[in-house]
Design a protein around this ligand. Structure first.
Ligand code: GUN
Length: 291
């Protein structure tokens, strides 16, 4: 079997078209959606992500406010800026790019973002609401994966889902979203004793480990849906310098039923969901202001 490829670029383009229409309608009501993006330091991957997020905003008619700080900035400076952005009615979404340098208490920074502007869905209150299956801003990467399942008609209720990776950004919220959708979910990680046992019985396998080409075809149940959240740059070998995911695409596609590529899979969906959350937040602000 050769898997069908889920085209994240095509799905993103479709959803971003709808988001741009909503942004234009809000602007016409006098409320242009606005996202503030904070980048601390010079992590090259973070710089690329932030550049892509800002560019995607502009294209969708969303105003972006980019704030760059040196790696050695005092946390109080960023906290003061967050308080200012929380109070600014023209700002609808606030994102602090992670990871932060070691002088920061990451959890404290995320808590300092207003829950109603937390378009990354990382604030403890939004995480708690997600865990209780209440309406919340959802973390963008797992939310984008759920959109892919919906667009492809992947059945979730009753499915065996295995998530490899237990990060706060992807693994844990992915597991919660799948649980809320009725899947039977197993979260695997570096301490998991028999990874193969779990992955081989997964109808849905989500790889979010950060290890290039870690998931190979022999680990996959025939016909499974395989979602690759990884973005790794190969350091050596014949493909040195190339981007690849956490899944060994060539061997996996011979076994899977549906698979996401890297690049062009989950990556564009992450940014799309960020834009959607920003427009949702702006829509709430417009309604609250009677516009
Ligand atoms: N670092 C890696 N992924 C993300 C993300 O989705 N949002 C933020 N803020 N930082 C990240």
């Amino acid at each position: 079997m050769t898997a069908r490829i889920i085209d994240g670029n095509a799905l993103s383009a479709r959803v971003r078209g709808e988001i741009a229409e909503r942004a234009a309608a809000l602007s016409a009501r006098g409320v242009q959606p606005c996202l503030a993006v904070i980048l601390v330091g010079e992590n090259p991957a973070s710089a690329v992500y932030v550049r892509n997020k800002v560019a995607a905003c502009e294209k969708a008619g969303i105003r972006s406010l980019r704030l760059d700080y040196p790696a050695d900035v005092a946390p109080a400076v960023v906290m003061t800026k967050l308080a200012e952005l929380n109070a600014d009615p023209a700002v609808h979404g606030i994102l602090v790019q992670l990871p932060l340098p070691p002088q920061f208490d990451e959890a404290a920074v995320l808590e300092a973002i207003s829950v109603s502007k937390d378009v990354d869905g990382f604030h403890a209150e939004n995480v708690g609401r997600l865990s209780q299956n209440q309406e919340a801003f959802l973390p963008c990467t797992p939310h984008g994966v759920m959109k892919m399942f919906e667009a492809e008609g992947v059945p979730l209720a009753g499915a065996e889902a295995v998530v490899i990776g237990r990060s706060n950004i992807v693994g844990k919220p992915m597991a919660m979203l799948l649980t809320n959708a009725g899947a039977t979910v197993t979260v695997c990680h570096s301490k998991t004793r028999d990874l193969l046992f779990h992955t081989r019985r997964a109808d849905i396998l989500v790889a979010a480990i950060g290890k290039p080409r870690f998931v190979t075809g022999d680990m996959i149940k025939p016909g499974a849906t395989v979602i690759d959240v990884g973005i790794n740059r190969l350091q050596s070998g014949p493909d040195a310098g190339k981007l690849c995911g956490d899944v060994d695409f060539d061997s996996a596609r011979e076994v899977a039923g549906l698979i996401t590529p890297v690049p062009g899979g989950v990556g564009p969906m992450t940014i799309t969901m960020l834009l959607e959350n920003t427009v949702i937040s702006a829509g709430r602000a417009a309604s609250a202001a009677g516009k």
